[in-house]
Design a protein around this ligand. Structure first.
Ligand code: XMP
Length: 321
């Protein structure tokens, strides 16, 4: 990998911000650039850097892919509005669900998301906006994991030999590619982003797709979305690194009202980790686990089984897909 990492201890956030602002300004010139904001720390940092460099010449979009958590699009848009950044929501739910139809293989699902995002939705927006550049929140770890063949991160393009200019008609700028997550968080804070962004729990690029094993349909996403809300409510008082719910593909036998009920299986994961490179399951109190099972089976339609993951990373990974 030729990119040189800027280590946390070497990072001077103010200097970094100044250098990247200049670089973005001189590359884009007096043209237009666009970027997609998901509300994650990486895309939020790029959005702030880009607006610092380009002002209104950066158009920021929130792609509503139908795969985010409850209320997320509106929450992110209003948070950035308060920071003086206008964000336009693009309804692309149909593109994503069509791209995911009939797919069960994890890598194929990731690829489908990459294609729907960059080829279908983004190239359309770029064309309509007249922008020649896309600002992109790729970080050092995304490149590293993809190149190592662990998982294809949804936002890796050039490093996989994809020529964006040729294939999609726009050039990509990656101002954060030398940083790992802790360094990005520091830059985000220095840019004035609120703590709920710079300290946000990681959420994967492929969104809830990373948490649906097997085929992704709007109904299955809705199941995982409702469950995620419960898990986040119940575990937000822990200091865990990351927690979430996964929907399994097979139905299992359960019982309801004295009758057999083939129902859905949910797996809850809650991780202790420093950097997501390794991790172990948080030793949650049994009471908490019990309450999770109680709430999930009574509040999420169709769920008859809830399990807790007790495996370390490795050999597990943090996400299931
Ligand atoms: P894994 O599952 O590889 O996740 O152990 C490591 C960390 O990266 C977050 N993350 C992603 N994971 N695809 C993933 O599988 C992505 O595109 C992605 N983006 C972020 C993940 O949530 C965990 O914190």
């Amino acid at each position: 990998m030729e990119i040189k990492e800027i280590k946390l201890e070497e990072l001077d956030s103010e200097k970094f911000i100044e250098a990247k602002t200049k670089e973005i300004g001189s590359t884009v010139g007096d043209g237009l650039a666009i970027n997609a904001l998901s509300g994650g720390v990486d895309s939020s940092t790029v959005t702030m850097l880009g607006h610092k460099a380009l002002g209104d010449r950066l158009k920021t979009y929130f792609i509503e892919n139908g795969l985010m958590r409850e209320g997320e699009p509106q929450r992110v848009v209003s948070l950035f509005e308060k920071l003086g950044v206008r964000v336009e929501i693009v309804d692309a739910r149909k593109n994503f669900f069509e791209a995911l139809k009939d797919l069960t293989d994890p890598e194929e699902k990731r690829e489908a998301i990459t294609r729907a995002f960059y080829r279908d939705v983004f190239s359309r927006i770029v064309k309509e906006s007249g922008a020649k550049h896309l600002l992109h929140g790729t970080i050092y770890t995304d490149v590293e994991e993809t190149v190592a063949g662990i998982k294809r991160q949804h936002n890796i393009l050039a490093q996989l030999g994809i020529d964006t200019q040729k294939e999609y008609g726009y050039g990509v700028l990656e101002p954060l590619v030398e940083l790992r997550k802790p360094a990005v968080r520091r830059v985000a804070k220095a840019l004035g982003l609120p703590e709920e962004i710079y300290n946000r729990m990681p959420f994967p690029g492929p969104a809830l797709v990373a948490r649906v094993i097997g085929e992704v349909t709007p109904e299955r996403i809705e199941t995982v979305r409702k469950t995620t809300k419960i898990v986040e409510e119940e575990l937000s008082n822990t200091v865990a690194f990351q927690y979430f719910a996964i929907l399994h593909p097979d139905k299992v036998t359960g019982m309801r009202d004295g009758k057999r009920d083939y129902g859905l299986q949910i797996e809850v994961r809650c991780w202790d980790s420093k950097d997501a490179v390794t991790g172990s399951p948080t030793e949650l109190p049994y009471e908490t686990l019990s309450r999770l099972a109680e709430r999930i089976t009574s509040e999420v339609p169709g769920v008859v089984s809830v399990t807790y993951n007790i495996t370390k990373k490795p050999p597990s990974t943090i996400e299931a897909v």
